[in-house]
Design a protein around this ligand. Structure first.
Ligand code: 5GP
Ligand code: ZN
Length: 117
């Protein structure tokens, strides 16, 4: 399958690995938008949040387990996890991934979502 993140998982494309276990792989985002910007991805190819079902939702739990482990290991007390699903939401790589952002005070509310009209 011609998938960038599958290639990163199998080492075909290099990445700055942060954490790995049987279920997930975590690496530094190539274009960070925060001092800490990691991507946590399931090792099984799932296109997006809309591709989650009863056969693969365990990977999502594993992503959040990994985030908690990474946060503890790195002394990160506060972080945000984001998933973009679909083009309008900003998804550019069609392999389910969760952005883990930290190291900066983050805003919240409609103004942080950009233009809505
Ligand atoms: P999306 O926009 O789909 O939610 O997030 C995709 C993310 O993947 C972006 O933040 C982008 O910077 C990151 N990205 C794209 N290509 C690469 C790559 O080759 N290596 C790494 N480490 N990150 C990538
Ligand atoms: Zn993939």
């Amino acid at each position: 399958m011609d998938c960038l993140f599958c290639k990163i998982i199998n080492g075909e494309i290099p990445s700055a690995k942060v954490y790995e276990d049987e279920f997930v792989y975590c690496f530094k985002d190539i274009a960070p938008i925060a001092p800490v910007h990691y991507l946590i991805i399931p090792k099984q190819h799932i296109c997006c949040a809309n591709g989650i079902d009863e056969t693969n939702s365990n990977f999502v739990a594993k992503v959040f387990e990994a985030a908690a482990k990474i946060a503890k290991a790195e002394g990160i007390e506060s972080y945000r996890i984001i998933n973009n699903c679909g083009e309008d939401a900003g998804q550019t790589v069609m392999h389910l991934h969760f952005h883990m952002l930290a190291g900066v005070k983050m805003g919240w509310g409609p103004e942080s979502l950009g233009k809505t009209e």
